[in-house]
Ligand binder design. Structure first.
Ligand code: HPA
Length: 273
């Protein structure tokens, strides 16, 4: 894997005149609009990046964008990879390894989720303060290369507390309503049954989705700090579990995109690394 990362990183550095971003952003569902805020210097489609998988999901483009946001240098992934697409955990998280090699210190992730917390509404913006890994595996399984990080990774602060405090202050300043909670990550691609939503709420999750956890695990292994944000696009609350469709998820996420973009842009501008 080391050779693959080095090869890909060199290839990217060649194509971007040695651009060295401090922030890595994974634009999940709901944050796609943030690309319009990035002053892009270079854009590379995944298909032109050696060793990169190609995203197969509608609503997820497939490009790496290098540019400026909130006055800082960022690399943004437009389109991420999901376990349910059939990729391995190592493939899904490969871009995070490359980000680290390019100099990224802070990873920002976004996603759409189903909300189990009964106080949540459709469209709720939730700052992720912790997660539960319900994938049947972990991206760090296999031999550990100490050059990347330790065998046993500390996960006591998966989402940096300072970042959460800052994001909440920014949200308050701009009149954006946010809550804070726990994200359960599982494979999908089925949405959950009512019994599964009930189970997830009981074990301590506020929302559920099909991404983010693998990337954050690898970011922590790589000694990066993480900030995560989720848009609740449907509810898994007893009595409120209705038919969920991908179109609906995209629509709700799109509606909240301006707020999400504002929040992340201000966050990048104000955060001290
Ligand atoms: N479950 C899992 N993933 C999701 C959901 C959900 O209800 N909504 C958006 N992504």
């Amino acid at each position: 894997m080391l050779q693959e990362i080095e090869f890909t990183t060199k290839n990217i550095l060649n194509k971007t005149n040695n651009f060295n971003p401090q922030f890595g952003i994974i634009l999940g569902t709901g944050l796609g609009g943030l690309v319009n805020e990035i002053k892009a210097h270079y854009t590379i489609p995944y298909s032109e990046i050696p060793n990169f998988p190609v995203s197969t999901v509608r609503g997820h483009g497939g490009k790496l964008i290098f540019g400026e946001l909130g006055g800082k240098k960022v690399i943004a992934m437009q389109g991420r990879f999901h376990y349910y697409e059939g990729y391995t955990m190592q493939q899904i998280t490969f871009p995070v390894r490359v980000m680290k090699a390019l100099g990224v210190k802070t990873l920002i992730v976004s996603n759409a989720s189903g909300g189990m917390n009964p106080s949540y509404e459709v469209g709720e913006i939730m700052i992720i303060n912790d997660h539960i890994n319900l994938f049947p595996t972990n991206p760090l399984i296999g031999p550990n290369d100490e050059q990347f990080g330790p065998r046993f990774v500390d996960m006591s602060e998966p989402y940096k507390k300072e970042y959460i405090t800052l994001a909440k202050a920014i949200a308050a300043e701009h009149g954006i309503k946010v809550s804070e909670g726990v994200y359960a990550g599982l494979t999908g691609p089925c949405f959950e049954t009512p019994a599964e939503y009930r189970y997830l709420w009981r074990i301590g999750a506020d929302v559920v989705g099909m991404s983010t956890v693998p990337e954050v695990i690898v970011a922590k292994h790589s000694n990066m700090n993480c900030f995560g944000i989720s848009i609740v696009t449907d509810l898994g609350v007893e009595g409120k579990v209705f038919n969920v469709s991908h179109d609906e998820v995209l629509e709700v996420a799109k509606r909240q995109e301006p707020k999400m973009s504002k929040l992340v842009k201000e966050f990048v501008n104000k955060v001290i690394l």
